[in-house]
Ligand binder design. Structure first.
Ligand code: GCW
Length: 687
């Protein structure tokens, strides 16, 4: 009996330890060297900075590090100057960020020289699509860390410690804002119970420099306040919002502001009252202005009447350029349709010239295999941020037209839709943590390369320094060769692999309806909005496939500056990665490779599957370097990913083959699923 209890106790402790590694993200506990921290001032933020140094110092044993707050014009916002033994900044938060950078550089073996680090964006936020009942829209890692189903508003010790860990993780990568609820917002969020909980969250976040924001429902004055209208130009409505802002700021003096999804996918908005987005955004912006708040107004709008959904945000917002107040920022998804595995950048970037514009990226993998597929999204975001809009000639990248480099913006910002939930590992998939990390790093420095980000993340998350002692003398070089190198390559290839087995050559929006996980190119029940059905996007027919957005088609190409408009318009110069986004082409169209379009499509799907099969081999081989809990979890997920990749390939090839009427090249593995079965399963799952 005694033995059994002991064994159980041992097992639980070991399991907990393992879970702890998943839970600690890129902030794995390290054995620290003694360090002497010299800091003249005292504050909660500076105490954290000091403590972090003491707990994580990897430099010379007994070294002294000075933390100095001193005005320096070369340092912007919460930027900092860093040397081996000092951090200097204009603000306390700058000191904290500098400390995290110093420790990161020590832990990842990067050089530390006297250098200034300035953030690319002033506001770097996570958007949580968390509902008041604790569920998360497009969340794949458990329930909300902020809200609970039982609508109990008691703030527990567990809540507090989780929020603190979350705040610390964010601060360590420079994130400084959290929108705490879904953009499909509930008016409940503005009631006293919820606002008091927001206050409690803000108090935990404050020393880490994380401001809280809320998504608001535009019709709240009617729904909550009982007003007859929520018309943004109506005085009682204006006063209702002013009073609400006053109430919020009396609870949370550093409240960040509002995020708004309005007149979009059925959400109420100014257009319900015959007003414009500018009328709506400005009214809210004026309400928070006296307190220094901002409004992030989403440009994610489309209606079923338009012939091309991809054009609509541009059409609605460009005429309003210059009409928004200076504390409004237009939040624009990276692509013109949705967060697809690949889209060209939204043409709104580079079109707005007198309005602050901010990119919205999706960290949660709604269209990229949820928390089942291993997909490192950094390369996708890098592709978007480095896309040239040509707004002011070559070099006007999305990064530069949003970070204030091309024209002055009153505020600069970037948002990432979070993938965080109550799961022990926060993100559902251990590798999905890398996407949270990558978002923060790119928000801080939008010129960073994905290879550096992956390198840092792997070292911080998986390198077990303690194990060096138990193993060979040159464990670190062995680890670099046998773990870091192959795992990094797998991560860097993973997004292209997903594009290959899901939506190659510019295909998009052909996923299964509702849950957006598997394939669903066929889905088009009668009386469904066409722009919610895949055939609207792929346009497959016997004469070919793809959406004609050329000048003779929907003319979406003309929303881009030259020379891009002409480049996309001409089938010979359009990059093949965007081919079927911009062109409808016959199945036997000759590709650059010499293959027909049909064959090329088949080989892309096949390649995607092969890449995932390869990832499985890579992972199996690195087993000696990973704790068994994370090893097994990732191995299981890779198996599911492979099954799903094969399903995508089979479904898409068999479905499109009905139109191409051409054989699948004979050197490609034959489908193992029947199209009818796939469709039947898909339909069953949805009913
Ligand atoms: O991609 C779609 C999602 C919705 C989401 C919407 C949006 C929050 O399927 O779940 O709603 O985008 O971004 O507003």
């Amino acid at each position: 009996m005694k033995q059994l209890i002991f064994t159980l106790f041992f097992l639980i402790t070991v399991l907990n330890l393992y879970a702890q590694e998943e839970h600690d993200l890129w902030l794995q506990k390290k054995k620290a060297m003694p360090v002497n921290v010299i800091c003249e001032k005292k504050s909660a933020t500076l105490d954290i900075a000091t403590q972090e140094l003491q707990q994580g110092w990897q430099g010379k044993s007994g070294a002294s590090v000075t933390l100095t707050i001193k005005k320096d014009n070369a340092i912007k916002n919460d930027g900092f100057r860093l040397g081996q033994n000092f951090v200097q900044a204009n603000t306390e938060l700058g000191i904290l960020y500098g400390v995290y950078e110093l420790l990161r550089r020590q832990q990842t073996g990067q050089t530390i020289k006297d250098e200034i680090y300035n953030p690319s964006y002033e506001i770097r936020t996570l958007n949580h699509w968390d509902n008041p009942n604790g569920s998360i829209e497009r969340g794949y890692a458990g329930q909300s860390i902020f809200w609970r189903k039982d609508s109990s508003f008691i703030v527990t010790e567990r809540d507090k410690s989780l929020w603190q860990e979350y705040a610390r993780a964010n601060a360590s990568i420079g994130i400084n804002g959290s929108v705490l609820n879904n953009v499909n917002a509930s008016q409940l969020m503005l009631t006293t119970d919820y606002l008091n909980r927001v206050k409690a969250i803000a108090e935990i976040f404050r020393p880490y420099g994380i401001k809280v924001y809320l998504s608001v429902k535009f019709s709240s004055p009617s729904l909550l306040g009982g007003l007859k209208t929520s018309d943004p130009l109506n005085d009682t409505v204006i006063n209702w919002w002013r009073a609400k802002a006053k109430e919020i700021y009396s609870l949370i003096p550093d409240f960040g502001g509002f995020l708004v999804k309005a007149s979009s996918e059925g959400q109420p908005g100014p257009q319900d009252y015959g007003r414009t987005h500018a009328d709506g955004a400005n009214m809210l912006a004026d309400a928070v202005k006296p307190y220094g708040g901002i409004v992030m107004w989403r440009a994610f709008v489309y209606s079923p009447n338009d012939k091309d959904r991809a054009k609509q945000a541009y059409n609605e917002f460009v005429p309003l350029d210059g009409k928004f107040h200076d504390n409004v920022i237009i939040q624009i998804k990276n692509g013109p349709v949705d967060f697809q595995p690949r889209e060209p950048f939204s043409p709104l970037f580079g079109a707005l010239k007198k309005t602050s514009a901010m990119p919205e990226l999706q960290i949660t993998q709604e269209y990229l295999g949820h928390s089942i597929h291993l997909v490192f999204l950094s390369t996708m975001w890098e592709e978007c941020l480095q896309s040239d809009t040509y707004q002011q000639g070559p070099g006007s990248t999305v990064a530069r037209v949003t970070d204030g480099s091309i024209y002055p913006q009153t505020h600069t910002a970037i948002a990432g839709v979070a993938n965080i939930g109550l799961d022990t590992n926060w993100c559902g998939h251990d590798f999905a943590q890398a996407n949270w990390y990558a978002f923060g790093r790119l928000a801080w420095n939008n010129k960073l390369k994905s290879t550096q980000i992956a390198d840092e993340w792997i070292r911080l998350t998986f390198y077990d320094a303690a194990s060096q002692k138990n193993k060979t003398a040159n464990y670190s070089s062995e680890w670099n060769e046998s773990f870091l190198k192959p795992v990094k390559q797998m991560m860097l290839d993973s997004r292209e692999a997903a594009v290959n087995y899901m939506t190659p050559l510019g295909l998009h929006h052909i996923m299964s309806a509702n849950e957006h996980y598997g394939p669903g190119a066929w889905w088009a029940p009668p009386r469904t909005r066409a722009d919610w059905t895949p055939p609207y996007y792929h346009q497959a027919a016997t004469n070919g496939v793809g959406f004609d957005r050329t000048k003779t088609g929907s003319d979406a190409v003309s929303q881009y500056h030259e020379p891009l408009a002409s480049k996309f318009n001409n089938v010979n110069t359009c990059p093949e990665i965007y081919l079927l986004w911009f062109h409808h082409l016959p199945w036997d169209y000759k590709m650059k490779s010499g293959k027909t379009l049909w064959d090329e499509l088949c080989y892309h799907y096949d390649k995607g599957v092969k890449q995932v099969r390869q990832f499985q081999k890579v992972w199996d081989k690195v087993q000696p370097y990973v704790d068994s809990s994370r090893f097994n979890a990732v191995q299981r997920k890779l198996r599911s990913q492979a099954v799903n990749a094969i399903l995508w390939k089979d479904a898409c090839l068999l479905y499109f083959q009905q139109f191409s009427r051409m054989p699948i090249p004979y050197d490609i593995e034959r489908p193992v699923n029947n199209l009818n079965d796939i469709i039947a399963n898909d339909t069953r799952r949805r009913n």
